[in-house]
Design a protein around this ligand. Structure first.
Ligand SMILES: [Zn+2]
Ligand SMILES: [Zn+2]
Length: 169
């Protein structure tokens, strides 16, 4: 979404509301986050050479569960605050302030950052996700396989490796 800052020559605040396409692929997230469409709304307030952008964003991001490697929907609703400036020196002094070079403010990076900050480091489709079986690869949330019965005590597992050292390879 682009906000026309010409509108801010004769008033100090404009509001915005709409859809924003967000690119998360470029962030190289290990959780498989894809591009998404977000609903975004807020206000831009002009203070001298500064443009203060404040708003809220909501979207549903597709993530891959760390335990069962299945894709799941992760709803996000979060707030953001960002400063833009039309003065070059202000942007140079503080890297959190973005330089405005055109007659509009582009919110796509701000939206991507807001969503990114809300995505957890550890992604689980649900708190009690059972993951997948190490032996047969069965998704244990769907149904339990028979390998569970054959589960070896980790101490016995070590012994097994002593007798079959190449089984690790
Ligand atoms: Zn899972
Ligand atoms: Zn199994």
């Amino acid at each position: 979404m682009n906000i026309d800052i010409h509108e801010l020559t004769n008033k100090s605040e404009v509001t915005f509301k709409g859809e924003q396409a967000v690119s998360l692929l470029g962030l190289n997230l290990s959780n498989g986050a894809q591009n998404c469409i977000a609903n975004i709304e807020g206000t831009v307030t002009k203070k001298g050479t500064r443009y203060l952008v404040k708003g809220s964003i909501s979207s549903i991001v597709m993530l891959i569960c760390d335990r069962c490697i299945k894709e799941f929907e992760y709803p996000i609703h979060t707030e953001f605050y960002k400063q833009f400036t039309s003065a070059t020196d202000e942007a140079d002094e503080d890297e959190d302030i973005i330089q405005v070079t055109q007659s509009s403010i582009d919110l796509s990076d701000v939206a991507a950052e807001a969503l990114f900050l809300d995505i957890p480091m550890k992604c689980l489709c649900r708190e009690e996700c059972k993951g997948i079986c190490n032996v047969c690869g069965q998704n244990l949330n769907e149904h339990i396989c028979n390998c569970q019965d054959a589960d070896v005590d980790p101490r016995l597992e070590k012994l097994k490796n002593i007798f079959h050292p190449q089984s690790e390879e």
